[in-house]
Write a protein that binds this ligand. Structure first.
Ligand code: ADP
Ligand code: MG
Length: 318
């Protein structure tokens, strides 16, 4: 089953009814999300926190498929649902940093310092100004050099893993307590180089955004081969937990066909919620915001909130 923006507007399913209580009309949901976004108000039941930090790698070597957009909006959505979230910007372009409203000019403490220089992650993260409970490690253009600089460094593919493990707020409830991060999201660059490899070694879960267009599945084979290689040699715990169909245009047969094909390939890994193509989603970054605060009542924001809820409810793969 594919759940589109249209279905969201049609109203809740039975399980959603249980989750939201009886004020679950589309309008009520939009109103609820606006309140959450503006005032941090928690309405309805809060999500359960995972027992231990879930480290999610957002990767697809194809550019422009919605990695960054999905990272920042799902992360913000989870934070708005009461989770504690860290986003690590691993793309030298720094688009996630821009969307989350944090400074990423050359010279600010950044992912580069953590990955290349070995600086503690906690010292290079800053709060997202618009979303409570969301921290960000910004990426500066220095990171562009890391791809080459790392080649000659010891344990070059496990630098990020070490930085994340060393963060005092990453771990299980028993080890770290209530202050722990529930989620760490890593926004990868559009390549399968050493930076992405570092992310794949650092995470247990992978989220792959797929754009609902004709060439969507092209290149995925190469990505999955890389994942298999990493599983065999570097990180046996890595799991493709989430496939997210983005920029879905419900009016076209093509988008529907692509979504069906993705579902045939990946089954339950595919989120029921698809993210529609939406102008509000694409213009939010130019205001240094995610769509979750820029226009919390918009369809794009509500779909990302649903996606966030789905990811949280599904839980970590075991
Ligand atoms: P990636 O990180 O994979 O390169 P981005 O998240 O930066 O991809 O998205 C590529 C472009 O598509 C950006 O300009 C972004 O604003 C736009 N975009 C992403 N998702 C949507 C959407 N749901 N609706 C409209 N535009 C989108
Ligand atoms: Mg990106």
């Amino acid at each position: 089953m594919v759940r589109t923006a249209g279905d969201l507007a049609d109203g809740p399913t039975e399980t959603e009814d249980q989750q939201y209580g009886d004020h679950s009309t589309p309008l009520a949901r939009a109103a609820e999300h606006i309140l959450r976004a503006r005032h941090g108000v928690q309405l309805g039941p809060t999500l359960h926190r995972p027992e231990a930090t879930r480290v999610v790698v957002v990767a697809n070597q194809k550019g422009g498929v919605g990695k960054t957009t999905s990272t920042v909006n799902v992360a913000a959505g989870l934070a708005q649902l009461g989770q504690r979230v860290l986003v690590i910007d691993l793309d030298p372009q720094g688009n996630a940093s821009t969307a989350l409203g944090v400074d990423h000019r050359r010279g600010v403490p950044s992912t580069y310092d953590a990955v290349v220089e070995g600086a503690p992650l906690a010292e290079v993260s800053v709060p997202c100004p618009d979303v409570d409970g969301l921290m960000v490690v910004p990426a500066t253009i220095d990171l562009a050099g890391a791809e080459i600089e790392l080649v000659s460094v010891v344990a070059r593919e496990s630098r990020l893993a070490k930085a994340i493990k060393g963060h005092p707020l990453v771990g299980s409830a028993a080890e770290v307590g209530d202050e722990r991060f529930d989620y760490v999201f890593i926004d990868c660059p559009p390549s399968l180089g050493l930076l992405t490899l570092n992310a794949l070694v650092a995470g247990e879960e992978m989220m792959i955004p797929i754009q609902a267009e004709y060439y969507a599945l092209e290149g995925l084979g190469q990505l999955l081969e890389t994942v298999e290689m990493v599983r065999q040699h570097l990180n046996p715990r890595l799991n493709v937990s989430t496939i997210m169909v983005t920029m879905y245009d419900a009016r076209t047969r093509l988008a529907f066909g692509v979504a069906e094909e993705v579902r045939e390939h990946f089954g339950d890994q595919v989120l029921k919620t698809t993210v529609p193509r939406s102008v509000r989603v694409s213009e939010a970054p130019s205001y240094g915001q995610t769509v979750m605060t820029y226009d919390p009542g918009s369809t794009g924001a509500l779909c990302y909130l649903e996606a966030a809820r789905e990811i949280a409810t599904k839980g970590a793969p075991s």
